[in-house]
Ligand binder design. Structure first.
Ligand SMILES: [Cu+2]
Length: 114
């Protein structure tokens, strides 16, 4: 009985912390999901604030993707991403950046970072 009560209060505390975390995330930074599927990025444009993080997910069944950015101020290279794999990128610089795919030249995602 005592153990049950303890685990319930742990659950309540976890929910309270999660709620506080998400409220803080809205004020400072957020995480955005980008899908790589059928030789496209979805979405193709993202409006972000400095400090935001994007998570690139390969949503294809058999295609490998290879996201990268070549910009003046920084470079990003996710490497080869197998189906189902994720890569993350935190945007620390303002500006417009294009994420390309090293395997599918037509894949483009424009990041607009404030
Ligand atoms: Cu690709």
């Amino acid at each position: 009985m005592h153990a049950y009560r303890t685990s319930m209060s742990v659950v309540a505390l976890t929910i309270a912390l999660a709620a506080a975390g998400s409220a803080r995330a809205e004020l400072s930074s957020s995480i955005r999901i980008v899908l790589q599927k059928s030789r496209h990025y979805d979405p193709t444009d993202l409006f972000l604030r400095r400090g935001d993080t994007i998570t690139l997910i390969n949503g294809d069944d058999s295609m490998i993707h290879h996201a990268f950015i070549e910009a003046d101020r920084f470079a990003f290279d996710a490497g080869d991403q197998e189906p189902g794999k994720q890569a993350t990128l935190t945007l620390k610089e303002p500006g417009n950046f294009i994420i390309q795919c090293g395997i599918h030249p037509k894949m483009k995602l424009t990041l607009h970072v404030q």
